[in-house]
Structures are given as structure tokens and as C-alpha cells.
Write a protein that binds this ligand. Structure first.
Ligand SMILES: Nc1ncnc2c1ncn2[C@@H]1O[C@H](COP(=O)(O)OP(=O)(O)OP(=O)(O)O)[C@@H](O)[C@H]1O
Ligand SMILES: [Mg+2]
Length: 112
């Protein structure tokens, strides 16, 4: 059986009456490089926000690394990385403190 890094089943996101993501289904295999393209306003960022557990889908389900987005968001977060358009670092922390903070989120011990 093919192992998927990402599986989306009929994900939709509505803001009131407006549909930002309209029943999106797709699969990405482990090791596959996947480009997610679309015109402005197509719903790309909204979909990525859902996959990063930063927004809830209105309907549908998704699995990331085998973990259910709706039921196991903590495990999903442990298994994803996001490189955003803007650099996300805390200005008030040193470079080392930033590394320690994000390392801790991923359970990386201090001595590794
Ligand atoms: N919080 C929100 N409330 C209402 N509408 C929203 C919200 N977030 C996004 N939208 C709308 O949903 C649609 C999809 O937006 P989204 O930002 O996901 O598109 P996108 O594909 O990332 O576009 P772009 O290429 O411009 O980055 C747009 O019409 C946008 O105005
Ligand atoms: Mg966008």
C-alpha cells in the first residue's frame, strides 16, 4: 500500500457564505516534491493554514504523516515544518535561544 505524507479528503473552508476552499482532495506520496499552484485567491494559503493546524476546515478530513488533522493536531505539528514567506524568528531572542525554542517544540534534546 502506498504511504502518503499528505492525504486530503474533501477539505472545504467557508467564511460565512464565501467558499475559500471548495472540497479539495489530493495525495502526496512520501518523498514526493509537490508544487501547489493556483491564481490569486484560489485558496492556497487557506489550505496551508489548515494543514498547519492554524485554521480549522469547515468540512473534510486530512492526514499528515498518518496523523488525523482533526483528531491529532499535536502529532501533526510535530511532523511538519513550515518555511513562510517572511522569516519567523523572535527578535527578542538570540540566535541560540531561537534554535533552542524551536528545537524544544520538536522534542530535540539539548545535547543532540
Ligand atoms: N479570514 C478570512 N476571511 C474571509 N475571507 C478570507 C479569509 N482568508 C482568506 N479569505 C478569502 O479566501 C480566498 C482565498 O484566499 P487565500 O489567501 O487562501 O488565497 P491564495 O490562493 O493564497 O491567494 P494568493 O495567491 O493571493 O496568496 C480569497 O478570496 C480571500 O479573500
Ligand atoms: Mg496566499
Amino acid at each position: 500500500m502506498t504511504k502518503y505524507a499528505l492525504e486530503l479528503n474533501n477539505i472545504s473552508k467557508k467564511y460565512g457564505d464565501f467558499t475559500a476552499v471548495d472540497y479539495l482532495s489530493l495525495q502526496v506520496k512520501e518523498g514526493e516534491i509537490f508544487g501547489f499552484l493556483g491564481p490569486n485567491g484560489a485558496g492556497k494559503s487557506t489550505t496551508i493554514r489548515i494543514l498547519c493546524t492554524l485554521a480549522l476546515p469547515t468540512s473534510g478530513s486530512a492526514k499528515i504523516a498518518g496523523y488525523d488533522l482533526n483528531k491529532d493536531s499535536g502529532k501533526v505539528r510535530e511532523n511538519i515544518g513550515l518555511v513562510a514567506e517572511k522569516l519567523i524568528m523572535y527578535d527578542g531572542l538570540t540566535a541560540y535561544q531561537n534554535l533552542r525554542f524551536f528545537g524544544k517544540l520538536y522534542g530535540i534534546p539539548k545535547k543532540s
